[in-house]
Write a protein that binds this ligand. Structure first.
Ligand code: BTN
Length: 261
């Protein structure tokens, strides 16, 4: 079996806390569930739950995440964010994926709002953030990140037309350890930058890679649907839409689907 070498990950880390404690499973239902249990039990910020494969990998909006053994990165990172850092995780996580891929390959990913990461118009990484609050105070958040590294997506009909992987884009296998270490390094850098109030640089780097500005989109948020031209995004990652009647609306989160051209 193609196992993940934790020593190869650790050797590349330049973090203070992110990934300094790693809980690794060859196979698990979902890393999100174990990370939540550990956060509830008091695991410190930066604890990374990793699995070589997942049998019940979860995506956003109740979808599943294809997670066969030995091919991808399945990470659930425990953080204990401030009220300022919590909403920024939506921006930090996909940006860290993009930066890590830029650092370790020749590829240049794009971000589809809010936090899908794309290459050649196909998704290769996604982010799922679960958070727990006491009143309005964050207790912890679990930043779940899945990256298709050496996955041959053509073997999975349910995602084949819309998904890709780093291997498919580069034409060769990519070392998961190098991408993962860079991802943890970038996540911590961005998280600490936001903690210091340096939001502007983080936001600009995310916005530079965002494909959604200037597109006409339909946004689903629960039962609500908004449609319009994306004029901009704000620092919390909300979409600023201009509706067909000229009015404006800000949409905090949801699922963007591009309207038929
Ligand atoms: C999405 O784009 O829908 C989000 C995908 C998130 C997948 C990751 S893999 C690690 C963690 N464990 C899960 O079950 N889901 C997230």
């Amino acid at each position: 079996m193609n196992d993940l070498s934790l020593s190869a990950v650790t050797a590349r880390l330049r973090t203070q806390t992110f990934g300094r404690r790693i809980v690794y499973r060859s196979r698990i239902g979902s890393t999100q569930d174990l990370a939540r249990e550990m956060a509830e039990a008091g695991a410190p910020e930066g604890t990374a739950v990793l699995a070589n494969g997942q049998t019940a990998g979860r995506g956003r909006l109740g979808r599943s995440w294809v997670s066969p053994v030995g091919r991808s990165i399945h990470l659930s990172l425990i953080v204990r964010p401030s009220l300022v850092q919590l909403p920024r995780l939506t921006v930090i996580a996909p940006l860290a994926v993009a930066l890590a891929v830029e650092e370790t390959t020749s590829l240049r990913p794009r971000i589809k709002w809010p936090n899908d990461v794309f290459l050649s118009g196909r998704k290769f990484a996604g982010v799922l953030i679960d958070s727990e609050l006491a009143g309005d105070q964050p207790l912890y958040a679990i930043v779940g990140i899945g990256v298709n590294v050496n996955l041959d997506t053509s073997a999975y009909p349910e995602i084949a037309p819309i998904a890709t992987s780093l291997m498919m884009e580069t034409g060769q296998e990519v070392a998961r350890e190098a991408v993962l270490a860079s991802l943890l390094n970038c996540l911590e850098d961005l998280y600490l930058a936001v903690g210091r109030g340096e939001d502007d640089a983080v936001y600009e780097a995310w916005r530079d890679r965002l494909d959604t500005i200037g597109q006409t989109v339909r946004v689903r948020l629960g039962d609500q649907v908004e449609e319009g031209l994306v004029e901009d995004v704000d620092a919390e990652g909300s979409l600023m839409l201009r509706r067909a009647d000229g009015s404006r609306v800000t949409v905090p989160a949801g699922e963007v689907t591009l309207r038929d051209a």
